[in-house]
Ligand binder design. Structure first.
Ligand code: ADE
Length: 249
């Protein structure tokens, strides 16, 4: 396995580059790709930046130029379900581009010529990622997040969920926005801005992939403030510990 690891922002991947043994940095298309060994796994780490085009480009370059065989995307997301709370983890089973609409030429959400609206993640990779996430909740969280931070963000009883994540080129936080998305896609657990783009690229190139997201906000009017606080304090320790458990599994 040669594993590509993508996050949108530096705050979501802090510490990972430093953990790479024998790092070699190459810049291509305005992004830094760092190759090396990550806990015995041959890995390439990169920040995609925000949005579907940025993520799609990064995934394609990882495959075509850096020859990764598998991709995982790790980062934060907004909750789209009353039972999914800040600090919970969502491992995607499938992803959809919620802002894609070529109707009436094609059904709403369907990506033309693929015949698909939902792109499924790799079962084995997602299983391994969910295992790492669950272990983090049970054994890791208390070691890497201070009791004060646990209290501030109410991280006492986080849970892991598996299901549908939707991506779009919009930060969801306006009144009614998430309610509308949930009404259209009742199975929806979380919203973000990259995963489904990576999913489409991986589907088209035949690359197994997984997406794991920590919930930073409830995609409501407080979302932007909650997101900023969460990514500054909590996102990286979560991602770092989970990826370490994933690589060592
Ligand atoms: N990533 C984290 N929170 C988000 C939100 N509310 N909307 C879109 N992407 C997000």
């Amino acid at each position: 396995m040669r594993l590509g690891i993508i996050s949108a922002l530096a705050e979501e991947q802090h510490g990972l580059i430093e953990a790479i043994e024998g790092p070699c940095k190459r810049t291509h298309g305005m992004r830094d790709y760092t190759t090396g060994k990550l806990w015995e796994i041959d890995a390439v780490c990169v920040l995609s930046r925000i949005g579907k085009v940025a993520a799609a480009m990064t995934a394609a370059i990882l495959v075509e130029k850096f020859e990764v065989t598998h991709i995982v995307f790790t980062g934060v997301a907004g909750s789209a379900d009353a039972d999914v709370n800040v600090g919970d983890i969502v491992v995607a089973e499938s992803l959809i581009q919620h802002d894609f609409d070529a109707s009436p030429l094609f059904p709403r959400y369907q990506i033309p010529l693929t015949g698909l609206s939902h792109f499924e993640t790799d079962v084995k990779l997602s299983e391994r990622m969910a295992g790492a996430g669950q272990q983090f909740i049970e054994h890791g969280l208390a070691n890497v997040i201070s009791p004060e931070t646990v209290q501030t963000f109410k991280l006492n009883n986080p849970r892991l969920h598996r299901g549908l994540i939707a991506s779009g080129d919009q930060f969801i936080g306006k009144p009614g926005q998430v309610t509308q998305l949930k009404a259209a896609l009742p199975a929806l657990l979380a919203v973000e801005m990259e995963g489904a783009a990576v999913a489409q690229v991986c589907f088209e190139l035949g690359i197994p992939f997984a997406v794991i997201r920590t919930i930073s906000d409830k995609a409501n009017e407080d979302a932007a403030t909650d997101f900023m606080h969460f990514v500054k304090t909590v996102a990286s320790p979560y991602a770092f510990d989970i990826l370490q458990r994933f690589c060592r599994a």
